[in-house]
Design a protein around this ligand. Sequence first.
Ligand code: FES
Ligand code: FES
Length: 500
Amino acid sequence: MLKLKVNGKERRFNGPPFRRLIDVLREEFGLTGTKEGCGEGECGACTVLIDGEPVNSCLVPVCQAEGSKIETIESLGTPKKLNALQQSFLEKGGAQCGICTPGMLMTAWSWVRRGGSAEPCAIRNALAGNLCRCTGYQHIVDSVAAAVSKSKGRKKMAWLLALGLTPMLAHARSEAPWTTRRSEVVGAQIDAPEDWRQENGDRVIRLLPPDARDTGASITVSRQPGGLDQAANVSKAAISSQGGKIKEEKNETIAGHTARTLVFLTVDGLPVRGKMSFIDLGGRTLMVDCEANKRDYGKYEATFNKAIASLTPIGPSAVPVAKNAAPAERTPAPLETPAAPAAGSVSEKWAKHRDNRVRIFASAPADWEAKATDGRILGSRASFLFMHPADWQRTHARIAVFSRDGSLEEARAWAKEAVLGLQGGKIQRGVAVKLPSGRTGYVMVFNEKSGRDAELGILTLIASSGRTIIADCRAKAKDFASFNDAFNRAVESIQEYGKP
Ligand code: FES
Ligand code: FES
């Protein structure tokens, strides 16, 4: 027997604990104001508040809400007595067909109630997980902005009556101490609240608040291979391949540098909301990835914004740019060209393909094996450079680099056919990219099966004169993320030698 507190009333549910919360609310408790749209966590129509935070009730097993305070659309107002936000939607035309409206209202209500801003951009960000197919969003944003302004007016009066105590507390919170974290390896420093712990990885600065385990909140700063476009495109492809959605993409200036920000939603057990900012430092790209469980994101948004604004490059390749200066002219990032190994040798970090038909160098981590081989790759007979980590039998992680005669267009058509011909082959996404060397490329993310194991792969096609170079990076889907960095670096390192 599960005990729930719904709209202020104690409710009991005696049934399967993994039944969806939306079904229990609608079918057991008769609260049919909550609507189902997609049933997959995409549209937000089913949003309810759990302990004040918006969640997609179609994704929450009812047992997860036990003991929590649940609020549905029925808690807001009645047809005869609408609450201030509902009244605002009515006056400003924030609802048309109404299918998104209950979810939209609940997300907006949590924003209004927590004192969110009336800025249109901030409201759009707060409502990013709620889709509407009718209104074009502007009327919804206007409705929420009007409700925020009214509510702030009322609160200001209450504060005055309360002798200004609340503003003093708010001020004290904003003055909480922050400290600077830095990493020479990443080549950056960033500020974060003092009580956040820092877990530096090999190539990341990772910052976690004290409640990270519950909220999933984190800030990660990492150095990305390639220029701004490539780094953003690869991340977009990775988000899509994991079933996530890009909600917004915008160019902006961060700490005086040209940057691109992606706002995304994805699912990692719970729905996760986040934003990744790619910052162009003229020759290298830094990524700041701020994310948290969707229901907790609002709590950290101001911290995320303040941390991103504090990002400062350090190290020998840092390009000092005055804050608020005009963004520097973008120059293509130079590709670091490694020294070619001696003919016929396989150095500690580099393997040289021995087949003159291919003529490609590519790097792999020191403990990976690399060899030139002939065989079938993606259904075609070819000569290729094959690299894999020591545990590849378990993880299936490997990189094959080879080439095909013909243009990038022809290679794209071939790759599509080749991937669809794999066992369980499914193309998740394909995007055109500009590589750091200035060459044109194409990245395709795909799934396949190896026996019973799901695999994830990324093909990078690189246009060359008269041929296309192809890097095929694959691993078991559950292990892919742990090789992502090695895969990216290997692809970035590809060099040609001699005449094709
Ligand atoms: S019904 Fe679409 S997110 Fe739940
Ligand atoms: S009002 Fe129709 S989907 Fe939003």
